[in-house]
Design a protein around this ligand. Structure first.
Ligand code: FES
Length: 103
């Protein structure tokens, strides 16, 4: 199973990648423009990897997989996810407005 979007906003990682490529935006700026991460935060480590790797279909990230991929793309084996997600997406996702970047 590949993860390819922010479940709370509906923004695909392809849209995130295109946003970064077209604007040269930083990680924080991309989050602000796409609104990814404003819900449960589950997508934050994925967004970071999208921007580092250019990949838009990612495996489900366990802490070990995240560390391995971050190390692969940054040469930083001690990297940590930017934020731990909640226990259950279900408790945060309902009612979240789907706001994807257009274009
Ligand atoms: S999956 Fe992106 S904020 Fe919830």
């Amino acid at each position: 199973m590949a993860v390819n979007r922010c479940m709370c906003t509906g923004t695909t990682f392809a849209q995130v990648k295109r946003c970064a490529e077209e604007t040269g935006a930083s990680y924080e700026q991309v989050l602000e423009m796409t609104r990814c991460g404003e819900g449960c935060g589950l997508c934050l480590p994925y967004i970071k990897l999208v921007l580092l790797s250019g990949l838009v279909d990612l495996p489900v990230l366990t802490p070990e997989v995240y560390k391995r991929l971050i190390a692969q793309y940054t040469q930083s084996p001690t990297a940590q996810p930017p934020r731990q997600c909640c226990e259950s997406r279900e408790e945060h996702a309902p009612g979240m407005a789907a706001k994807a970047i257009s274009g």
